[in-house]
Design a protein. Structure first.
Length: 165
């Protein structure tokens, strides 16, 4: 096996990666390069994002060039190389939500949380994202926090949504 853990030195908010745990995930996929996406998804489930040390370890173990690993990690939108918050706030900016004021809602979230869209709050509680149609246009503008939907939102309801978590 390998060394037990690795860390980037704390830069960029990265966590210390338990390489034994990552090895377990690699083993689960038979140490097969074809399983790299599944490995990354499992690692993300573990850490809520894909730590760079884990990407490097998977690539090293599988003999995959690091650049290739990053290509996979950045191609799939569901994977994040940046630490994520405990909760993900998705503000829909699809056509219906856009027309009914979605942009004002997301701007209010940015102000309320002091964070830019795509980023995570300093306390790692929330990640703010914009998304395209969430499939419930009758509720526009729609905000989804993990599994919970908030319909017909306005800038005025943003505080309420944040408080609910
Ligand atoms: S456009 Fe927002 S849910 Fe469809």
């Amino acid at each position: 096996m390998t060394q037990s853990s690795a860390c980037c030195g704390g830069k960029g908010g990265d966590v210390t990666v338990d390489l034994a745990k990552v090895d377990g995930i690699i083993d689960k996929y038979g140490r097969d390069r074809a399983g790299i996406l599944g490995m990354f998804q499992d690692i993300q489930r573990e850490y809520r994002y894909l730590p760079k040390d884990a990407v490097a370890h998977v690539c090293r173990t599988l003999g995959v060039p690091l650049a290739k690993g990053y290509e996979v990690a950045t191609f799939f939108k569901a994977l994040s190389l940046k630490p994520r918050g405990k909760y993900t706030i998705q503000v829909c900016l699809g056509t219906a939500c856009h027309l009914k004021g979605g942009p004002n809602v997301i701007e209010q979230f940015e102000r309320e949380l002091s964070v830019k869209t795509g980023d995570t709050t300093a306390d790692k509680k929330f990640t703010l994202e914009s998304v395209n149609c969430l499939g419930a246009c009758a509720l526009a503008p729609l905000v989804r926090v993990d599994e919970k939907d908030f319909g017909k939102t306005t800038p005025g309801t943003v505080k309420k949504v944040v408080k609910a978590f």
